[in-house]
Design a protein around this ligand. Structure first.
Ligand code: SAM
Length: 309
């Protein structure tokens, strides 16, 4: 058996001996209400406490892929989008799908005061300190962008949110409609690197461990994305497999969990007040390093352009 699959099994056995995480498998599917409940509970207790003080809810990335202690890596996505805005001053109207706590828009609005930002999320929030920026929040489902007219945005971006969609073709169709010709669609997200029906039993468990802890129904096979791009009138400006830029940061999170769990009963006592929606995060954060290392999951960035019809 390949070495990474063995590692996944060993890690599973080790983590299960420290924490009983069976509860993450209680539900087979997650509704929008479940997703909202997950983000309500995790907004502060997980994403601010463990991740970013500014409210970013996405993974760490760096171009050199090196993890240095004490350095924050959560602003990578915003920096890259900011560079695109800097390069093209014609971009004035931007939509973020799944804007979460609005941290990405706040970062960008601060640096691009002449750009108008709109965020749509099932549960959108924005810190008081960021209300001074030109940011509009809309509570809604990004599968239906009917509140926006055709060709109303110069750019749409989506950071780690389309993984929740079980109908990405519809999202691509809607984004194409609301984008101006030549408008950009930027996506950062994780996918399965293999078709679901071709996964071995161990791989299926690996995928489920990451999906269930994040209240995700199913990661999509990465090969489907090119179909959505072509079918919906986009061309690829850049597509990148970011494995080397994310893997060491993921391994760092895995090592942190290992360190915490060595405290045994003390750690269990510390965790007692946390609800299961929060505790369940231990599982995907722990296993993501394994699934990306073994190329079962892939983290990609896409810069797409709406073709002129
Ligand atoms: C991992 S968070 C990412 C938040 C933000 N993009 C960021 O980078 O910090 C995923 C977000 O997608 C939102 N979401 C999931 N499904 C959605 C849907 N169908 N429509 C709108 N938002 C959705 C969730 O509510 C959550 O805020």
């Amino acid at each position: 058996m390949e070495q990474y699959k063995l590692k996944l099994i060993n890690d599973f056995v080790w983590l299960r001996s420290k924490v009983n995480f069976d509860f993450i498998f209680e539900k087979d599917t997650f509704s929008d209400d479940d997703i909202v409940r997950y983000y309500k509970k995790n907004k502060y207790l997980f994403y601010r406490l463990v991740g970013s003080k500014n409210g970013e809810m996405h993974i760490d990335i760096s171009d050199d892929g090196i993890h240095r202690r004490g350095v924050k890596y959560q602003e990578y996505h915003e920096e890259k989008i900011s560079e695109i805005l800097k390069d093209d001053p014609q971009i004035k109207n931007v939509l973020e799908l799944g804007s979460g706590q609005g941290a990405n828009m706040a970062y960008l609005a601060k640096r691009h005061p002449d750009v108008k930002f709109t965020g749509i999320d099932l549960y959108p929030t924005l810190d008081k300190k960021n209300k001074k920026y030109d940011i509009t929040l809309i509570q809604g489902d990004y599968h239906d962008l009917g509140m926006f007219g055709d060709s109303s945005f110069d750019m749409v971006y989506a950071v780690e949110t389309l993984c929740y969609s079980q109908n990405k073709n519809q999202v691509f169709k809607e984004v194409n409609r609301v984008l101006k010709p030549d408008g950009l669609f930027i996506i950062y997200d994780a996918y399965l690197n293999k078709k679901r029906n071709e996964l071995s039993e161990i791989e299926e468990v690996g995928a489920k461990l990451v999906e269930s802890g994040y209240y995700l129904n199913q990661f999509e096979y990465v090969g489907n994305i090119s179909r959505y791009i072509q079918n919906n009138g986009f061309e690829i400006v850049k597509a990148e497999n970011m494995k080397n830029k994310v893997i060491n940061h993921m391994k760092n999170y895995q090592a942190r969990i290992k360190r915490y769990l060595k405290f045994g009963p003390l750690f269990t006592l510390f965790c007692k007040p946390f609800p299961k929606e929060v505790m369940g995060n231990i599982v995907p954060v722990y296993f993501m390093a394994d699934t990306v290392e073994m190329d079962l999951s892939v983290y990609m960035s896409h810069i797409l352009k709406k073709q002129k019809s």
